[in-house]
Ligand binder design. Structure first.
Ligand code: ADP
Ligand code: MG
Ligand code: MG
Length: 192
């Protein structure tokens, strides 16, 4: 169950992981993209932390909305609107549902609708679509997350910038899948 308190802790840990791995994420984005994913996400998560800590939203829906808006306005690129949509969909559902698996499922549907990617296209959808059923079964582990992240390496990208490279996108981890992996590893850490 997601609460405002848990969301605050979750975002704080995620922001730390993004900041600590900023250079790594941008390096991953260099051979198959434009080398900005770490910088994009670090700018966005700094804005999320700033917004949560200054505005201190009292209820879960406002807090999720604030996360979404900060990501949409500050991350940029392809990933900003996609992460933003994920949190916006969670915000919408959160007035009637606070189960994390259900919220994550709504977020995944939003990401797929917005970006048109399906599992196997070498995008963050590969991680989200492995995590959502595991969350629903209450069996999300770090292993499941890492396997989903690693699964993007042999894939050929069919969406986003990496798709411009065709077969040359094979053999590289998808940066947005790695950052999504951090999102869910952070969740596991704060849920303990
Ligand atoms: P940009 O490619 O605009 O520079 P980023 O580098 O911040 O944006 O983000 C790239 C990541 O966004 C990719 O690694 C991939 O995971 C994700 N992505 C790109 N396009 C899509 C899409 N259509 N659907 C889902 N995820 C996508
Ligand atoms: Mg990029
Ligand atoms: Mg870019």
């Amino acid at each position: 169950e997601l609460t405002t308190d848990l969301l605050n802790k979750w975002m704080a840990v995620f922001a730390e992981k993004i900041e600590a791995n900023k250079a790594y994420l941008s390096d991953l984005d260099t051979p198959i993209g434009d080398g900005d994913h770490g910088n994009n996400m670090a700018r966005g998560m700094a804005a999320v932390e700033e917004a949560l800590n200054t505005k201190k939203p009292a209820d879960l829906t406002s807090a999720l909305k604030l996360v979404a808006m900060s990501l949409i306005s500050k991350v940029g690129g392809a990933s900003g609107p996609l992460y933003g949509t994920a949190f916006l969909e969670m915000a919408k559902l959160s007035s009637s549902e606070t189960d994390l698996a259900k919220l994550a499922e709504a977020a995944l549907l939003g990401i797929k609708k917005r970006g048109g990617a399906e599992p196997g296209d070498k995008t963050m959808v590969d991680v989200w679509s492995a995590v959502v059923p595991a969350l629903a079964e209450g069996k999300l582990t770090e292993d499941i997350i890492q396997q989903a992240v690693e699964s993007t390496k042999p894939m050929q990208a069919r969406k986003g910038r990496a798709s411009y490279l065709g077969e040359r996108s094979i053999g590289h981890l998808d940066p947005g899948s790695v950052s999504s992996g951090y999102l869910f590893s952070s969740l596991l850490e704060v849920e303990e």
